[in-house]
Design a protein around this ligand. Sequence first.
Ligand SMILES: *Cc1c(COP(=O)(O)O)cnc(C)c1O
Length: 399
Amino acid sequence: MTTQQIIQRTDAHIIGSYGRFPVAFIGGSGATLTDAEGKRYIDFASGIGVNSLGYAHPAWVAAVSSQAASLAHVSNLYYTQPGAELAEKLTARSGMAAAFFSNSGAESNEGLIKLARKYSYDTYGSQARKVILTLENSFHGRTLATLEATGQEKFHGADFAPYTGGFRYVQPGDIGAVRAACAPGDVCAVLIELIQGEGGVFPLPREYVAELAEFCAENDVLLLIDEVQTGIGRTGKLFAYQYFNVKPDAVSFAKGIGGGLPLGGFLVSEKLRGTLTAGTHATTFGANPVCCAAANAVLDTLNDAALDEVTRKGDVIRDFVKSANLPHLGEIRGLGLMLGIEVKAPLTHRELVAKLLTNGLVALTAGSDTLRFLPPLTISDSELQAGLQILADTVNPRI
Ligand SMILES: *Cc1c(COP(=O)(O)O)cnc(C)c1O
């Protein structure tokens, strides 16, 4: 099919809930994508932080193919090997006690919400604390509870009301606001992203995160960290909390873990290991063997040396953007290969991303004015340089 044929069939038969660019991809290799007409693009988006090993990575393809050829799914009524291996690797490398596997970021955060409420109910009974604090400008997902957990008014529209209730919002960076919001004694947990991704790639101040962790520990308020975007090597550590040097009570992950297959989940500390007892939480596809085999290949590839490369490549992008002094571009924020660059008026972030795509670079927007890069963690130096050259030529066309 041509791009035009794919677009026509899609628009005729899939509901229009996505605003799409008029491009149809048919293949990829490394961090390079190919469209239906054979045009090539450098990928600085990874399918929104999902394709952590890029496209057609040999170890990932081998793991997925061999698992698909033997056992694709049996449900959680039985035991399977890939999930057992994956949980062992994740707990060993995170310092957490145990895992639960689900299928998406929103579903993983729903799990954290249930976990926090149940812990509070089990601990305080009729005095259970019901409220979860989240941060303004956050993003936690598209289900009803995670929409409401998302601290942005535009996600709480009347069109989807009623919501579940039980969330309160505070300004990021203000520990006094956290104290005040917890003063009524009804807060069971705080849910945060360490770098607000969708909101514009804003890292939380380190000092604030340390104070928040201390406050939570002192007051039996659970510290829940949403690492759906920052997790699985994206920031140069397996989890961003390892960079911030705090220990969450529970942490969610999704996007990058399956390297392109739908997998998510959360890890809990020893304190919460027994909270979700048999029958209290479940999902049919959870720990799907093919997805877990994919994730095992992702984690084996993302060893310590590969994570150091993520940090180095992030610095390459940062240094290029700073030293090239490019027109229309301002501040660069983020960690590792999760980077946001301020786009200055009159150019908008959306216009820039559309132009970059036309010129052969796939990139993302975030927040109200930010160009967001989430390249495959395995991107080669030559692909990285080619992508940065497209960025420079797009904002600074040579005559
Ligand atoms: C993408 C994202 C989600 C939602 O993940 P889905 O897989 O789309 O449900 C939740 N939290 C954060 C921080 C995200 O970046």
